[in-house]
Design a protein around this ligand. Sequence first.
Ligand code: MG
Length: 159
Amino acid sequence: MIHIGIGYDVHQLVEGRKLILGGVEIPYHKGLDGHSDADALMHAITDAVLGAVGEGDIGQFFPNTDPRWKGAPSRIFLEESASQVLKRTGRIVNIDATIIAQEPKMGKHFPKMKEYIAAALGIDPKKVGLKATTNEMMGFVGRGEGIAAMAVASVYLPE
Ligand code: MG
């Protein structure tokens, strides 16, 4: 049976933080604020994979009140979602995700992002689709106050 999961995440853009998306540090004058490395893309994908296997969200596995996850690389959240799939002897069929950011341009970072995301999930980078869009200058994303990401995951589970 194929199961589908959806994930969404958003973090605030602030001064004095690194901008990390899909595990890639992107040169920019602001970064995403959060308890971990605030990688909204990896967080959205983590939630999508967890959703596909009927689990709760990333916060249930990694509470942001737990000092262990302070500054943590979000790769470990993705790895946990993949292990939840393996635990059920399932496999991830594919991931598709969109970054919503007014700035900076993301496209040239996609190959590395796909590589890091795929490595954390234990899948081929060809199974990771990535896109980016601006918010046409509208709303908090359009004003550059934050960056959002949404993702879907398709997971095969043996009933
Ligand atoms: Mg998050």
